[in-house]
Design a protein around this ligand. Structure first.
Ligand SMILES: [Zn+2]
Length: 483
């Protein structure tokens, strides 16, 4: 189980320590891409080692919760802060049971939050899942089925639009080109919509094959933009979306994060060149896979450090407890588990199981929720917490009854798909079924076997596999996927 005891005081102290250390160390920053005032040094006093157990014990657990009532300030409309950390798999976070993780700020946030231990991405691609978070529907409904190749449908109204119409000041600060209006139309409803990327040196006489050849993302640069907006553009109530892209490949964290987890000198590096080698068939050794994972974990630690700056900014303004905070990710990442890398063609937990943390003292109890939930549930949850009506076209279901202990979650199922619906998956009652819709092949996993799902049990439990397959087929048909 996740650790469930925590207090607002702990979070405040942790962030205050971070802010003090971060300011003191900023002059030592060695990354030439970093803006003045940012720091790449992690506070040494904080680690993720306080988490007490692994995730495999969580499914189905629901805690008894105390009664909560809103404070006077919270009876007014709160600010809303939505943080999406691109490519962050759940087991990369200390609060999700990784004792080696260096995520003190996320962990501190989690201590005062409802923490969903089985949050599932609807599709392991960036734009489709962000659209599901923003609209509360699956990709076939919102229209962004394929990353950067399809755009948001007019049939849905995204969160920023709903909140703007309710009087919120809206701002989106994102770290990758895919969210530009020409590739997504996800800008709808944002009064401020700003990309924060860093140019890489690239020869003018050659055409790039990948955006990553000439663009990079750096969490400190994004955070600088966010803090600047908070200083000059934030008006109550606000809706702020922050997207970090550092954990996405290539895995090239700045010092000291680059050597924080693994220092193999003979291994392939985390550059785009190495990623292309793997995509083209190179099979990294176990040592190299561990090295790439270490670089990825370094990127996650870097993002966590920058989140400390964001939380510190809110604390300094006295805004934190008047802000409803949601932290999640669009998808995870594979590092050779079951022979698979990256995310967009993967329906295993490495690519689908993400953190989901919701903090709103007085309204949202702290603790762990083990029921399977979908990122399509984020929008209706936020709207219910804000006292707003959920549009009838929303497919997700508010998580508030789960957080308040009024629902056991036993009937909740979380569905996922690949962009072309070639494969689909369902997580339900402690099990997961993956179906290849082209061949009819199925895989069944007992989630108590751990984050990596263990061995395929489809042959051993044909009755269970059949009932989950029927559930999955019905969902796919409802999504218009055809036979
Ligand atoms: Zn992504």
């Amino acid at each position: 189980m996740l650790r469930v005891k925590g207090s607002a005081r702990h979070f405040w102290v942790a962030v205050a320590v971070f802010v003090l250390l971060g300011n003191g160390l900023s002059s030592a920053c060695a990354d030439s891409n970093r803006s003045p005032g940012s720091s790449a040094d992690l506070p040494q006093a904080q680690t993720g080692s306080s988490a007490t157990a692994t995730m495999k014990e969580d499914p189905g657990v629901l805690l008894v919760r105390p009664t909560f009532s809103p404070t006077a300030a919270q009876k007014e409309r709160p600010n809303v802060l939505l943080i999406t950390v691109d490519t962050l798999r759940a087991d990369a976070v200390g609060a999700y049971g990784n004792p080696k993780a260096r995520t003190p700020n996320i962990d501190s946030l989690a201590q005062d939050s409802s923490v969903f231990s089985l949050a599932i991405s609807p599709e392991p691609q960036t734009n489709p899942t962000h659209a599901s978070i923003f609209t509360g529907v699956f990709p076939n409904r919102h229209g962004i089925v394929h990353h950067m190749a399809s755009k948001l449908s007019d049939r849905v109204k995204p969160l920023a639009k709903l909140l703007a119409e309710a009087g919120y000041a809206t701002a989106g600060h994102y770290s990758w080109i895919s969210f530009d209006p020409e590739y997504s139309e996800l800008e709808r409803g944002f009064a401020t919509y700003q990309r924060h990327t860093v140019d890489r040196p690239f020869p003018a006489d050659r055409k790039p094959d990948f955006y990553e050849e000439y663009l990079d993302s750096k969490a400190n640069v994004t955070t600088d933009g966010v803090i600047s907006w908070m200083e000059t553009g934030a008006k109550d109530p606000f809706f702020l979306w922050i997207h970090y892209n550092d954990a996405h490949w290539p895995y090239e964290p700045p010092p000291p994060f680059d050597a924080m987890f693994d220092q193999c000198l003979s291994c392939i590096d985390g550059s785009l060149k190495s990623i292309i080698r793997i995509v083209e068939g190179y099979s990294p050794s176990p040592e190299e896979a561990a090295h790439l994972r270490g670089l990825y974990d370094g990127e996650v630690a870097f993002v966590d450090q920058q989140l400390g700056r964001v939380f510190g900014g809110l604390i300094n303004k006295g805004m934190l407890d008047r802000t409803l905070v949601v932290l999640t990710a669009d998808h995870g990442e594979g590092f050779g588990e079951k022979g698979l890398w990256s995310h967009q063609e993967v329906l295993y937990n490495t690519a689908l199981r993400v953190p989901l943390i919701i903090r709103y003292p007085g309204r949202v109890p702290s603790g762990s929720v083990g029921a399977p939930v979908s990122l399509t549930d984020v929008l209706p949850t936020l709207l219910e917490l804000l006292g707003m009506e959920t549009p009838e076209w929303v497919e997700g279901k508010s998580l508030l009854p789960l957080m308040l202990g009024k629902e056991d979650g036993n009937e909740r199922a979380a569905f996922s798909q690949l962009w072309d619906a070639r494969k689909v998956a369902v997580t339900y009652q402690g099990h997961k079924l993956i179906k290849n819709r082209q061949t009819g092949a199925i895989e069944l996993y007992d989630l108590s076997q751990g984050f990596l799902e263990g061995t395929d049990l489809a042959g051993e439990k044909p009755g269970l596999a059949q009932s989950l397959e029927a559930l999955l087929d019905a969902w796919a048909a409802g999504q218009g996927m055809g036979p």
